[in-house]
Design a protein. Structure first.
Length: 333
C-alpha cells in the first residue's frame, strides 16, 4: 500500500504541478478557442495602464526605486488595475490512496499522480470557465464575479468613456442589416485610428441571433447566393454579412447568460494586442517576483499526515486596450 510520504516526491512540487495542471484538457469556451486575448505573465499583481482617452497601453515594470516611465503628454493618466485572485482547494484523504498496490515505487508514484490529477482536472475546468466568463465580461465592458452580480471591473467607468451602441431595430422589416453593419465598421475604424483590422466578429445573445438570422434583409441577401442553403436547412452557428461575422454565443452562469438575449458585441479582429490577458504570480514563496503562469497547484499535508489539501489558482487580468472599438448592438430600436 502506498504511503502518504510519497507526496514528498519532486513530482508534486509547485513547478511540476503547475505544468501538470496546464496540460489538463481545456474546457471549450468560444473566446478562448478564437485566441482573441494575447496572454503574458507579469512578475507583480498590479498592472499599470496608460490611457489617453482612446487607447490604453501597458507600462513596463521597474525595480523598486528605479526610474519610472515618464508620461508628459497632456490628457494622459496612469490607472492601476489589480489582477483577480481565483483560488480553489480540495481535501484528499489518505484513504483515497489506500488501495494503490505497491508493485514498486514508480507504480505508486504514477497512481498517486493520477489521483491528484483527478482533482486538478476539476479545478482546471472551473478556472477555464471563469476565464471565459471574465473574457466575455471584458468584451462587454463589465467583468462580474462568480455570483454574476458583484462587479470586479467596470471598464468604461474606469476610463471615463461611454460605450458605443448601434441599435439594429430587428423588429422592423424595413431595416437594412447591411447598412447597420457599415455603421458598426465605421465606428470601429474611427476608434482604432491608424490601426488596421482584418474584420469584425459579433457575439450574439439568443433573441438577437434569432431575429437577425430570420430578418427579411438577411434572408434576401442570402437568397440568390450559393450559401442560401444555410438559411433553409439547419441554422448555422455563424454567418457573414456586411463585413461582420455574426455568431450565437452560448453560455450561462446559473440563469444569467454570458451575453444577454437582446444584445450582441462586435469586436475587431486582427488588431495586435487589442484584447490582453496578464497573469500575476501565485502567492507562494516559490513564485514571488517570477513571471505569472496561467495556473498553479500546490499540495499541503493535513495534520498527522491524514491526507492532503490541494489548492489551485489563477491570477488574471482580462482587459481591452481600445474599449471604444467594441460596439454594443441592441436588438430593438
Amino acid at each position: 500500500m502506498a504511503d502518504i510520504s510519497i507526496f514528498q516526491d519532486d513530482a508534486f512540487s509547485v513547478p511540476s504541478l503547475a505544468v501538470a495542471i496546464s496540460e489538463q484538457p481545456f474546457v471549450p469556451g468560444r473566446i478562448g478557442e478564437l485566441g482573441l486575448f494575447h496572454e503574458e505573465g507579469i512578475p507583480n499583481t498590479v498592472v499599470q495602464i496608460e490611457y489617453d482617452g482612446q487607447k490604453i497601453g501597458l507600462v513596463a515594470a521597474k525595480p523598486r526605486g528605479g526610474v519610472p516611465q515618464p508620461v508628459v503628454i497632456a490628457g494622459r493618466k496612469l490607472i492601476p488595475f489589480n489582477t483577480v485572485h481565483l483560488p480553489q482547494n480540495s481535501t484528499m484523504m489518505a484513504d483515497e490512496i489506500q488501495g494503490i498496490r505497491a508493485f514498486g515505487s514508480m507504480t505508486e508514484l504514477e497512481s498517486a499522480q493520477a489521483r491528484v490529477a483527478t482533482y486538478q482536472a476539476k479545478h482546471r475546468r472551473q478556472l477555464d470557465m471563469t476565464h471565459e466568463w471574465q473574457r466575455i465580461g471584458a468584451i462587454k465592458g463589465l467583468i462580474l464575479d462568480a455570483d454574476a452580480e458583484t462587479p470586479l471591473l467596470d471598464v468604461y467607468a474606469e476610463f471615463g468613456i461611454e460605450q458605443q451602441v448601434v441599435p439594429f431595430d430587428l423588429g422592423n422589416a424595413a431595416t437594412l442589416v447591411r447598412d447597420k453593419c457599415e455603421d458598426v465598421l465605421d465606428m470601429i475604424e474611427d476608434a482604432l485610428g491608424a490601426l488596421p483590422s482584418t474584420g469584425a466578429r459579433a457575439f450574439c445573445g439568443r433573441q438577437f441571433w434569432k431575429d437577425l438570422i430570420n430578418h427579411k434583409s438577411v434572408r434576401e441577401t442570402y437568397l440568390n447566393t450559393a450559401r442560401a442553403a444555410e438559411l433553409l436547412g439547419k441554422v448555422p452557428n455563424s454567418f457573414d454579412i456586411g463585413g461582420i461575422t455574426f455568431e450565437r454565443y452560448r453560455g450561462k452562469v446559473g440563469s444569467v447568460s454570458y451575453v444577454s438575449d437582446d444584445e450582441a458585441y462586435a469586436v475587431p479582429e486582427g488588431v495586435p494586442d487589442f484584447l490582453i490577458t496578464r497573469f500575476a504570480p501565485g502567492d507562494y514563496l516559490e513564485t514571488v517576483n517570477t513571471p505569472g503562469l496561467p495556473y498553479y497547484t500546490r499540495l499541503e499535508p493535513l495534520r498527522f499526515n491524514k491526507g492532503l489539501e490541494i489548492e489551485s489558482q489563477s491570477n488574471p487580468l482580462h482587459i481591452p486596450t481600445r474599449p471604444r472599438a467594441i460596439i454594443k448592438l441592441t436588438r430593438t430600436a
